[in-house]
Design a binder for this molecule. Structure first.
Ligand code: ARG
Ligand code: ZN
Length: 856
């Protein structure tokens, strides 16, 4: 246990660094256990600083020597860095340190993965490489020499032999180095202004034929950023490297992006449509950081959403342009609700711009990323596309080369739009998902619509101010015609009353019945409570011009039916009638052959068990995970039965054939076909799934069939898959995950325990660890087994992982963030697991902070 409790870092305490840096020169002499790093840094006093102390961060470094202007010095070295007396004038600092990449299992700083050297420096990993002011507001040009026998040696910027020079000043977190026996998939790109850029994707020999899609996504991203944001690439080479051991998805190091190999490598046989979509989005995301993150970076880590929220928003726009915008939007909202709403509703709720942290790595969250992206989307909704673009333009021009704050960003939009964004800014400083309630009444030819909002209390924030909420709404007449097209309403106070003249809107006659379509396109990240009857929602599903709200209507109808059944009201005549009505609404919807198959697939996808759990909690009841899983399975089978004809027809008609292409259209057909497969199959009837599993020529279809078979307890299929794919790491990750996630609840825990002893369970590999543990967590009926064995299994592994890789352990620990939802027995068991983690010897700062926040 730490003797001294770790101290929080606070936004309010920000002060600039005492020195500025003119240049950095690094020389690496690579060795698996004894790498030498020599640094030569030109410092100059910072006129804006108040504290003259020369403090350099450094962790786990063996300092060999230090010089100032050529004279040896003896700094005072602590656990976190060093302090040294320095001249009050420009000086050159030189140091040599020794580090051990092989022993670095935390995968932060310089580490080894399959014999290859690589780095991960964001957020604070550079201090594990050498002594340096490891903070994002200290920017400098870097020159890097790499001394090693390995054939490929890479760093940031442009190359001259084994020396790399990056002319663009950058903070240390964007530093990267890679060395190994690698091969490149290469291409070129010509920027809008005619500069040629060499593009390389570096992988281990044997993987070079799996890079084509990532390369294509890169080129499309580069072009898109030119046309949509006017941003061009700014070096003569752009390198991407795929590594197997990586804590997160990928990293935007200047000119040298490093990726988790699962977000680069793809072939039809080994990658699913979902994998392809992720590769496209993440390649784009990291590339877009070149401007939003690298050329303009963050002043401090509290401003993380400045680069992440914006860059997620940009990659979502890109995917929407490349694929179907409504389908992408629905997918993003599903993710937002599953991860961010869950976070916002529990003990880990925090602001989009947090105000204090113990370990910054714990704040790379759905709130900072995904809610951060929603905030940018709302800004754009308020300003419109043109002013949004003008504000971005001003931001790029004004702040190029700087380390900025949210205030800098917002000021650009206040200026171009001549508007005051101070209320809008509350989105950055108030945690919690606002609840918007809508009600309406008819008074002759007038419709009175009232909107109200409430922001719930969150840890440390008992009282909230009204948020500024863009509510896009339309009105439909009872026959389905739209009488009011999408209109932006500004809900910026607790209540907003709107009045509509229906006679006017109806072109002279007021329709008999009017149905509001609220929050179109999910115009704000809020929970909407609207008094829509089931009939009104069926009407929206059938006729709304807004695809998001069509989907939303279906989803809420299904959720309502399921919750009624889960809470024991399923047999009332009223509920039986409701179910029939929902089934026929789905039937009518599906029969519209003009719809995009991907969209139909989304409408037919049931709310997740986690989503239903929250719905039960929202209804004021205590969820039973086992009953939720059973009801959900049963209802899926019933819907499959009720829609048998149309689903069978889709299944037969939509087979895109053996020539796999990853484009959105083909993927959408496979998605609908596999949704049909899932609905049509039951543990008693696995024939269709068996045939598909046997005949599949691509991973999408093979994995979809396998999931159904595992659910039906077909162990042979799981074994056959294992035998076929044993040698492929990324495919085996899927197998570990699905074997547990899809297993029947009564078996899943045993399967997880068995797999944790499997020879291929390389637990120090984050992907493999996340597959197994994530598989169990994704099977709530097993994870929440009343014995507490699921909690104990996860807690044991978190404690073990924490000793090797605190960051990955801490991220996985959010499995426990929902403990307050459950019955007293489960709560006690979950708290027992958390307490056991909290008292584990040698607990990291990362996991320690997470557990203490969850414990509350
Ligand atoms: N900046 C990376 C991204 O775009 C995330 C890397 C964060 N890594 C970390 N260890 N905190 O998403
Ligand atoms: Zn990012």
């Amino acid at each position: 246990m730490n003797a001294v409790a770790p101290q929080p870092t606070r936004l309010a305490d920000y002060t600039p660094f005492s020195f500025e840096i003119d240049s950095v020169e690094l020389t690496f002499t690579l060795h698996p256990t004894a790498t030498r790093v020599r640094s030569k840094i030109a410092f100059r006093p910072n006129p804006a600083a108040t504290d003259p102390t020369f403090f350099l961060h450094g962790e786990g470094l063996n300092l060999i020597s230090a010089h100032i202007d050529g004279t040896p010095v003896t700094p005072r070295v602590t656990d976190t860095g060093l302090i040294c007396a320095v001249p009050d004038a420009p000086f050159t600092w030189e140091a040599e340190v020794q580090i051990n990449p092989q022993a670095n299992t935390a995968l932060e700083g310089l580490y080894m993965s399959n014999g290859m050297y690589c780095t991960q420096c964001e957020a604070e990993g550079f201090r594990k490489i050498t002594y340096y002011p490891d903070r994002p507001d200290v920017m400098a040009p870097f020159t890097v020499h790499i001394d090693s026998d390995l054939p490929v040696k890479l760093s940031n910027g442009n190359a001259d032999g084994d020396t790399w020079h990056d002319p663009w000043p950058k903070p240390a977190y964007l530093f990267a180095l890679v060395a190994g026996d690698l091969v490149a998939h290469s291409d070129t790109f010509t920027t809008a202004s005619g500069a040629d850029v060499a593009l390389n994707i570096w992988v281990r020999p044997g993987d070079e034929d799996k890079c084509a899609y990532a390369m294509d996504a890169l080129k499309r991203s580069m072009r898109w950023d030119e046309t949509e944001y006017g941003r061009e690439y700014d070096l003569s080479v752009f390198n991407i490297v795929a590594v197997d051991d990586f804590n997160m998805g990928a990293m935007e190091n200047k000119g040298l992006n490093i990726f988790n190999s699962k977000y680069v490598l793809a072939s039809p046989e080994t990658a699913t449509d979902r994998d392809y979509a992720f590769i496209e989005a993440i390649v784009a995301h990291e590339y877009f950081h070149n401007w939003t993150g690298n050329r303009i970076t963050c002043r401090d880590w509290f401003q993380l959403c400045l680069k992440e929220g914006l860059t997620v928003f940009r990659d979502q726009q890109f995917s929407g342009d490349m694929r179907s915008a409504p389908v992408e939007r629905i997918g993003n909202v599903l993710q937002l609700r599953a991860r961010q709403f869950r976070e916002d509703a529990g003990p880990l709720a925090h602001n989009v711009r947090p105000e204090s942290y113990i370990e910054i790595n714990n704040f790379y969250t759905a709130t900072v990323y995904e809610k951060g992206a929603e905030v940018i989307g709302m800004l754009r909704t308020y300003l419109g596309a043109d002013l949004y673009r003008a504000g971005c333009e001003l931001y790029f021009n004004r702040h190029d080369g700087q380390a900025c704050t949210i205030e800098d960003w917002l000021a650009c939009f206040e200026e171009v739009a001549a508007t005051d964004l101070s209320q809008f800014k509350r989105w950055y400083s108030q945690a919690g998902t606002p609840k918007v309630s809508a009600s309406w009444r008819r008074d002759g030819d007038t419709l009175h619509l009232s909107l109200s909002q409430e922001v719930p209390p969150t840890p440390g924030q008992p009282m909230k101010e009204p948020a500024k909420i863009p509510v896009v709404l339309g009105l439909l007449a009872g026959d389905g015609t739209e009488i009011l097209p999408s209109t932006l309403m500004d809900l910026d106070s607790p209540n907003l009353d709107l009045v509509f003249d229906l006679k006017d809107l109806g072109g002279g006659t007021a329709p008999d019945h009017v149905v509001p379509s609220l929050l179109r396109g999910f115009s704000a990240p809020v929970v909407l409570d609207a008094a829509l009857s089931a009939q009104d929602r069926a009407l929206l599903l059938a006729h709304d011009t807004d695809p998001f709200n069509r989907w939303e209507a279906a989803r809420s109808l299904l959720r309502e039916v399921l919750v009624a059944e889960i809470t024991g009201q399923g047999t009332s005549p009223e509920q039986v009638a409701r179910r029939d009505m929902v089934l026929s609404a789905l039937q009518d919807f599906c029969t519209d052959e003009s719809l995009d198959p991907a969209f139909i697939a989304l409408v037919l996808t049931f709310p997740s068990e986690d989503d239903l759990t929250q719905a039960v909690v929202d209804a004021g009841l205590v969820p039973d995970p086992l009953i939720i899983a059973q009801v959900r399975d049963g209802r899926m089978a019933a819907v499959g039965d009720g829609l048998k004809d149309i689903l069978t027809r889709y299944y037969l008609d939509l087979d895109p054939g053996p020539d796999y292409t990853p484009d959105a259209d083909s993927a959408g057909k496979r998605a609908l076909r596999n949704t049909a497969l899932m609905l049509l199959s039951t543990p008693q009837d696995l024939a269709l799934a068996r045939a598909q599993f046997a005949d599949a020529t691509n991973m999408t279809d093979q994995l979809a069939a396998l999931s159904v078979l595992i659910k039906g307890d077909d162990r042979e299929a799981a074994q056959a898959f294992e035998a076929q794919w044993r040698e492929d790491r990324l495919v085996m990750d899927k197998w570990f995950m699905i074997s547990v996630a899809s297993a029947p609840a009564s078996e899943a825990l045993q399967v997880a325990q068995d797999l944790s002893r499997h020879t291929l369970f390389d637990w120090k590999n984050p992907n493999r660890f996340r597959s197994l543990l994530g598989g169990l967590i994704a099977n709530p009926a097993a994870f929440h087994d009343p014995s507490g064995a699921g909690y104990a299994f996860v807690a044991d592994w978190l404690i073990k992982m924490d000793g090797a890789n605190p960051q990955t352990a801490a991220r996985m620990s959010t499995a426990f963030e929902t403990w307050r939802r459950y019955d007293a027995d489960r709560q006690a068991l979950m708290l027992e697991a958390l307490d056991r983690i909290a008292t584990a010897p040698g607990l990291s700062r990362d996991l320690g902070e997470m557990v203490s926040r969850m414990r509350g």
